[in-house]
Ligand binder design. Structure first.
Ligand code: NAD
Ligand code: MG
Length: 403
């Protein structure tokens, strides 16, 4: 690779965004921060602008953007501040951007991630929800835009590393057979409630659900990890990224979070990627690909770890995994409905309106009421997303949970 690589980070103020900047700061001659975008966190984005001097900063919230513009001007920072979601989406397609870190949480990341795909960028995909909801449409945009898709989710990054050649979004079921790939195994830490009795799950608070034993992450993905919906979304993500039927993807609980996923081959071999649970490893892998670069991560001391454990997930205590598997098998609009219902239910749980165990019940009710349709346009995706959110609210209102 020659010259400095221009990076745009969407979701810059979040956990993945901050880890990305940490890796970039270790390689000043190699990467330049071209744009930083987020929702409305003025203080963190301001500090990032002062440290990295991007050409652009963008906030989806217009009032927050105006405040950031004032504060940066007063501080003598030359970064140009843009406001609103449309500006964010335009930035993702800017001709001077080489790589886009797609790390906005939830469906809100769909517009910028799709814009980057259509504009032929290298997409470092953390925002799994955008892929889950738009599925094949998103992969078609990647192919038609001649974009490159590199997974940031640690499991998918691990699988990518264990594949015989780069095959994200370019693979096919017959290609997998030719390469002798039999099965993918996604590992899951099991979250904070791996050993919690079923009867105690109903009283879990948002604070307990967000206290993950292995990973420090944003609140939404922390709740998803606690319900195992995160693994369900990842199953759909893996099926799309690696052209693998959902029935050939298994989930294995691995509480130490050292083995990040595995690929099984027809000769009986299993290849795994191991590293400490630190998102800077997959981020550095994708930033530098095909080269390997320093991530600032502590190296593994296997003798000190001594034990790696594996067990099957309990889909009775964690029904979200089963619901995601159903949606994956059903395909078409079912994953989009699942994702939107989950976002609505998790938001209500984080607001203290819904019990932890009611999250799955809301999603189940939405999936049962959903008429599955083919997703042939972005409009269709947005309609299903809106319907599922509204239906989830309706279910929660009927149950007296939200007003
Ligand atoms: P986070 O909550 O820490 O950060 C979310 C970011 O998205 C923030 O910068 C926020 O400003 C931005 N954002 C939220 N709503 C927005 C909107 N409407 N418009 C513009 N920006 C908006 O979340 P995170 O943990 O960094 O996760 C980000 C994504 O990465 C998620 O999709 C998550 O599933 C995925 N991911 C995260 C991890 C992890 O370790 N944190 C691991 C794998 C995948
Ligand atoms: Mg993951």
């Amino acid at each position: 690779m020659t010259g400095v690589v221009n990076i745009a980070i969407f979701g810059a103020t979040g956990s993945i965004g901050q880890n990305t900047l940490d890796v970039i700061a270790r390689h000043p001659g190699r990467f330049a921060v071209f744009a930083l975008a987020a929702h409305r966190n003025v203080s963190v984005l301001k500090q990032q602008c002062l440290q990295f001097s991007p050409r652009y900063a963008a906030l989806a919230d217009e009032h927050a953007a105006a405040q950031l513009r004032d504060e940066l001007r007063t501080a003598g920072c030359k970064t140009e501040v843009l406001a609103g979601m449309a500006a964010l989406n335009e930035l993702a397609a800017h001709p001077d951007v080489h790589s886009v870190m797609a790390a906005i949480v939830g469906a809100a990341g769909l517009g910028s991630t799709l814009a980057a795909a259509r504009a032929g960028k290298r997409i470092l995909l953390a925002n799994k929800e955008s892929l889950v909801m738009s599925g094949q449409l998103f992969l078609n945009a990647v192919r038609e835009g001649n974009a490159q898709l590199l997974p940031i989710d640690s499991e998918h990054n691990a699988i990518f590393q264990c594949m015989p050649d780069p095959r994200v979004a370019s693979g096919s079921e017959s290609g997998n057979r030719l390469a002798g790939i039999k099965r993918l195994v996604l590992t899951a830490s099991g979250g904070p409630f791996l050993r919690t009795a079923a009867a105690d799950l109903a009283d879990i608070t948002p604070e307990q659900a967000c206290a993950h034993p292995r990973w420090i992450m944003g609140r939404k993905i922390s709740v998803d990890s606690a319900t195992l919906m995160n693994k369900g979304l990842e199953l759909i993500e893996a099926s799309l990224l690696f052209s693998m039927p959902p029935a050939q993807i298994d989930v294995l609980i691995h509480p130490q979070s050292i083995v990040h996923s595995l690929v099984e081959y027809v000769d009986g071999s299993m290849l795994a990627q191991l590293s400490n649970p630190d998102m800077r490893t997959p981020i550095a892998f994708a930033l530098g690909w095909p080269s390997r670069i320093d991530a600032g991560v502590e190296f593994l001391d296997l003798a000190r770890l001594s034990r790696l454990e594996f067990e099957s997930p309990d889909e009775v205590r964690f029904p979200c995994l089963r619901l995601a598997r159903q949606a994956a098998a059903c395909g078409r609009s079912a994953p989009a409905a699942l994702n939107a219902a989950n976002e609505a239910a998790v938001a209500a749980f984080l607001d203290g309106q819904l019990r932890f165990t009611e999250i799955a019940a809301v999603i189940d009710a939405v999936l049962q009421a959903h008429t599955v349709l083919p997703l042939d346009s972005l409009d269709a995706v947005i309609k299903v997303d809106a319907w599922a959110r509204e239906h989830a609210m309706h279910v929660m209102r009927e149950a007296g949970k939200v007003s």
